[in-house]
Design a protein around this ligand. Structure first.
Ligand code: NAP
Ligand code: MG
Length: 469
């Protein structure tokens, strides 16, 4: 159910810079009503038979896939990503519905040995879970929370970013059409005040949040009063290391794709590159040649790789980081500004940008750059590369390109991040736990680990012979 009785909010098409729809935001009374509904429906959903729960998820996956064209179009219009990337996002979202519908995720009570007693450990849902999601991957980031939370038997309050509510709405309509009882999933919309009303609400048991580190801190503080369970997927500034003996062409390819997909707006985008001095010039040449081939434009047009940034504010942040890096002595290898093409003037575009010789005090190395600008740094040794890669408050992903087994082992052990890609593209996988360390947050999404975040384990003990399960 949608709980929105507040002000109207205008959505802008990022490629055109012009409004295309209005949505209604929620009030704190809407948050209360949404949570009350989720509380009321919680016992019904908790007792819902697993096979039927799983069947709803599986049918929803099929319905999403059958509707990929329409959902992708809506996602491109509200978010700005290319149609090709939007379709990939829709498909991945469907995969998550299938993944957690598997019978190995059915709740299972385990019998345990306690001398002279009957004893069990049984998984229970937490109750009402709030899923707060950003705008960069509205569907997959929601599915990573919503699907395991539902599979585990929780009711859910979804809060999409207010700038990307529309594809989410279609997704939730499909869930309802495939048999999810009314009130199991409820939606509210609005920025900080609505989010904080959810976070501090006494009847919300857990906050599962993906977004910036700054808001993550505010959520931790807001949840502290009632000691709520949290899962925080926060910002990232992933490093990619290019060792002296690396396959430079492949490393440059993975840096280009890893930096510029989704217009650089990904938590696990490659944001900082540390290149050994022996291969530094070669790496920059190959990277520049790759960037020259990146087509920029409206994501609805075929053949476009880099779309607009999601909002003008995001674009200004990226341009500010570029200007700061240049003022401090970085060399602009490619891009660095807004494109000159008059057809792109109204949209929120930034040229795909490569900055070389970026000095240690440039803000682009310490802040998260959530746009199409890559910082490249020359290092004199592998040790220096590891040290510089770890000199960040973030710890989400990391990559090592090397042929030296000892260096690869050290990178895996020493890089402070939840993922390390070894001579491979930086992308995340359905079956592997995803989540950061340091100020990138805590908790795991995806994989078998992802559903455990949404379960509470209760120990049950009775006299010998007592029957419960
Ligand atoms: P954001 O400002 O933190 O917003 C994320 C969500 O929180 C949105 O729904 C937002 O609503 C809401 N929100 C804003 N202030 C809030 C508050 N005080 N209390 C509760 N909710 C609040 O994030 P963003 O800048 O839009 O998104 C990009 C960030 O997400 C980047 O830092 C990126 O690295 C991170 N991210 C992390 C992962 C990961 O898995 N680790 C994945 C993707 C993105 P409104 O948008 O409506 O204001
Ligand atoms: Mg924000």
């Amino acid at each position: 159910m949608i709980f929105s009785t507040g002000e109207q909010f205008e959505l802008l098409d990022p490629a055109l810079g012009s409004p295309f729809a209005t949505v209604q935001l929620s009030t704190s009374a809407d948050v209360d009503a949404a949570v009350a509904t989720a509380v009321r429906v919680a016992p019904q959903w908790r007792r819902f038979d697993w096979p039927e729960r799983a069947a709803i998820l599986r049918r929803t996956a099929a319905t999403i896939r059958a509707d990929v064209d329409r959902i992708a179009e809506v996602l491109t219009q509200e978010q700005g990503k290319t149609l090709k990337e939007a379709r990939i996002e829709v498909e991945r979202c469907a995969e998550t519905f299938d993944y957690y519908a598997d019978d190995r995720f059915a709740p299972r009570t385990e019998q345990r040995e306690v001398h002279g007693k009957a004893a069990w450990v049984t998984p229970l849902p937490l109750g009402v879970v709030a899923a707060i999601v950003p705008w960069n991957f509205p569907l997959t980031l929601l599915a990573n929370k919503l699907v395991p939370a539902l599979a585990a038997g929780n009711t859910v309050i979804v809060k999409p970013a207010q700038t990307t509510p529309l594809a989410t709405r279609i997704l939730l309509d499909h869930l309802a059409d495939e048999g999810l009882p009314e009130g199991v999933v409820n939606t509210v919309l609005g920025e900080a005040p609505v989010g904080q009303a959810l976070v501090s609400h006494p009847d919300v048991a857990m906050i599962s949040f993906t977004g910036s580190t700054a808001v993550g801190r505010a959520i931790m503080a807001g949840a502290a009063g009632r000691v709520k369970r949290l899962a925080l997927e926060l910002g990232g500034s992933d490093a990619l290391i290019v060792d002296a003996d690396a396959d430079v062409a492949q490393a440059a390819k993975s840096a280009a794709v890893g930096r510029f997909f989704n217009c650089g707006q990904a938590c696990i985008a490659v944001k900082r590159v540390f290149v050994h001095e022996n291969v530094y010039d070669e790496f920059l040449d190959v990277l520049a040649a790759r960037v020259d081939k990146l087509t920029i434009g409206d994501g609805r047009n075929p053949g476009i790789f880099v779309g607009p940034q999601h909002t003008d504010a995001q674009r200004q942040h990226t341009l500010g980081l570029i200007d700061d890096a240049v003022a401090k002595g970085s060399r602009v290898v490619r891009g660095g500004k807004v494109p000159a093409d008059p057809e792109l003037a109204a949209g929120f575009f930034v040229e795909p940008t490569v900055l070389a010789d970026v000095p240690a005090d440039a803000a682009i190395l310490s802040d998260e750059c959530f746009g199409p600008a890559l910082a490249v740094v020359r290092v004199a040794s592998f040790d220096e590369a590891i040290e510089r890669a770890n000199a960040s408050e973030f710890g989400l992903g990391s990559s090592i390109w090397s042929r030296d087994p000892a260096h690869i082992r050290r990178a895996v052990e020493e890089l402070q991040a939840g993922y390390t890609w070894v001579n491979d593209m930086s992308t995340d996988y359905e079956t592997l736990p995803f989540g950061g360390m340091k100020q990138s947050g805590f908790g795991k999404e995806r994989g078998a680990e992802g559903i455990e975040e949404y379960r509470f384990l209760k120990s049950v003990v009775g006299k010998e012979g007592q029957e419960v399960f």
